[in-house]
Structures are given as C-alpha cells and as structure tokens.
Write a new protein. Structure first.
Ligand SMILES: *[C@@H]1O[C@H](CO)[C@@H](O)[C@H](O)[C@H]1NC(C)=O
Ligand SMILES: *[C@@H]1O[C@H](CO)[C@@H](O)[C@H](O)[C@H]1NC(C)=O
Length: 311
C-alpha cells in the first residue's frame, strides 16, 4: 500500500463513517439493479445498504441518502419537498393492461362498464386512467377493483391474475409480472393494451440537495450511480446473465423474467421529452390530490443531471 492510500484508509472512517442508505421497494423487478450494483461494482467509502422504502423516506428521514421509486411517487413528494432531486433513471416500463376477450373485450373502448383491477394512488392507477382516456373513457365509465400483485404461480386469492381467472374482474393494469402471468393463464383469451408514449413508469433514483451538497456524500452518490450505470449496461446487453439473479431477488421464475424483459428499458439518462411528460402527469396528480400544480420551472430543477455529468 502506498503512503497516501494508507493515510486515506486511516482517515476515511473519520471523515465519512456512514454507508449510503437507500430506500427502495425490495419486491419489484425495477429495483434489482441496485443490489446488483452494490454487490458487483460499488466502491464507495463505507458500503451501501438498501432499506425497504422509497422517495417518501427522503422527505421524512435525513438518514436516507438516496431512494428509488416511480416518477408518480417522486412528483407527489416533490410537491411538498422541493429539496428532492431526480438524479438518474433506473428503468422505464411500459405498463400493460390485460383483458379477457371472453368478457367481450377486443378494443380499449370495450372496457366501458367493465371491472378493472389496479392499485389507485400508484403509478398503475395513473396508467390505467390515462390509457383508458385515450379511448374516451372517464373514471366513472368503469369500476376500479383493488387487488394484489402476484410474482409467481400459483397466484393466491385476491391477486389480480386469480381475480381475472375467476371472472371477478374483466381486465387489470399493473407493473409486471402480474400481467404476464395472467396473459399466460388466459392463453388465447388474453388481449393486451399498452402505449409507452401515453404512459410508462419512469422508475428513478432520487436524492436531496442537502445530500448532493455534502462533498463526502456526493462522492459516494456519484460512485453508486457509476456502479448502477455499469449494471444497466449488463441488464441491457447481457440479460441472459441476470435473469436468474433477478428472479431470485424478487421471487419469480427466470422464464417469466425473460418474458417481461422487453417491457423494461434500463435507460439511465433522459431526453427532452421527460419534462413535458412530468408536467402532464403532475397536472393530473395535482387534480387528484387536490393540490396546486408544480411550476414548470420547479420541475426543471427537480431533474438534476449534475451527477450523470460527473460519471
Ligand atoms: C400511442 O399513442 C399515441 C398518441 O396518442 C398515438 O399516436 C399512437 O398511435 C399510439 N400507439 C399505439 C401503438 O396505439
Ligand atoms: C453509462 O454506461 C454506458 C455503457 O452502457 C456508457 O456508454 C455511458 O457513457 C455511461 N454513461 C456515463 C454518463 O458515463
């Protein structure tokens, strides 16, 4: 060991004793690049730990340095906590609605008067509302039925795939793999509706200005995003090497992970279309949540490319 490395090793614990603390759901495919990055690539000063949670933790608990969540939860939190920043995109997912043709459904418009499963207040609820609106359907034109997701067959009672199989619902829209599992079990009776330009989940990494302005933390955050970026390269270009790892992390079958992989884009950065997408979604959420919309100038600040620029 060189002397400067020796000194750095001695003093690092004094300067910087806490591991990066990251709040994320631990159940979904979208979160899996994070444990992969920590295990295989992250070289920050004191490790990194994932805790069950999300962007709401950044707003309420300063022990969290980072969080991952869909843009829906990001916008809901940012509305009341303007120090939150979206710094990286882990995954973009074009959600899908699966419907049962045996219930007389061949087009989106046929969902009028039907029972549709989703989870209101989440990105899935936003998706169902927006996609059905393209067929001229208002929320009052159909019945929303709550349910649970299923990661692996057999799907338990109360999960969407079980509800559609037993005709308690006619269709549902949610993140994967529940839609895939239902489509597989409905077979030729399954019909899928999807439009990424109307709605896609933008599952993102967030931090706060306080953390980003702390030089030691920022160094670790850059290192973590660098590790994530290496991970996304593998998820994109060598998916065969990760299906089983992803499946084990979230309790799925690897064949189902493979089947839904094309719906997941491991994008990292974003383009000019993200801002208008968020402006539109925020207008929708503000109405639902009975709050003022976030100004476009504030949404521009929310999208912080400075960490990506440092990679
Ligand atoms: C998705 O929506 C856009 C905008 O309304 C529309 O132009 C496009 O045709 C739709 N794509 C599909 C596959 O329906
Ligand atoms: C992230 O990784 C990709 C390789 O997949 C690379 O092309 C890109 O330059 C990296 N991004 C940054 C900002 O370093």
């Amino acid at each position: 060991m060189h002397m400067h490395q020796f000194l750095a090793a001695c003093f690092a614990p004094l300067l910087h004793i806490t591991a990066l603390k990251i709040g994320t759901s631990l159940q979904w495919i979208e979160h899996t690049p994070q444990p992969y990055a920590i295990k295989n690539f992250y070289k920050g000063a004191s490790g990194a730990s994932l805790s069950s949670g999300g962007v709401a933790n950044l707003a309420s608990d300063t022990s969290f340095d980072l969080a991952a969540n869909a843009e829906t939860q990001g916008l809901k939190q940012y509305a009341g906590h303007k120090n939150i920043r979206l710094i990286y995109i882990v995954c973009e997912v074009a959600y899908r609605i699966v419907a049962n043709k045996a219930a007389g459904i061949n087009t989106l418009a046929d969902l009028k008067g039907k029972r549709i499963g989703t989870i209101p207040g989440t990105s899935a609820g936003v998706f169902v509302d927006k996609l059905l609106a393209t067929a001229g359907l208002k929320t009052s034109d159909y019945t929303v039925v709550s349910g649970n997701v299923c990661m692996k067959t057999p799907c338990a009672s109360g999960t969407f795939p079980q509800q559609i199989a037993s005709k308690q619902i006619d269709a549902f829209g949610i993140w994967e793999p529940a839609v895939e599992l239902a489509a597989q079990s409905l077979g030729s009776n399954a019909i899928i509706f999807q439009n990424a330009s109307i709605y896609r989940e933008v599952y993102s990494l967030y931090s706060t200005t306080d953390k980003l302005n702390d030089p030691a933390k920022r160094k670790d955050i850059v290192e973590f995003v660098r590790a994530l970026n290496k991970t996304l390269d593998i998820f994109t270009n060598k998916p065969d090497t990760v299906y089983q790892t992803v499946a084990s992390a979230v309790g799925m079958d690897a064949s189902v992970v493979k089947a839904v992989w094309p719906d997941h884009k491991w994008t990292g950065t974003w383009g000019a279309d993200l801002l208008p997408f968020l402006v539109e979604e925020d207008t929708y959420l503000a109405k639902k949540d009975n709050r003022a919309t976030i100004s476009k100038a504030d949404l521009e600040k929310f999208l912080d490319t400075s960490i990506i620029a440092e990679l």
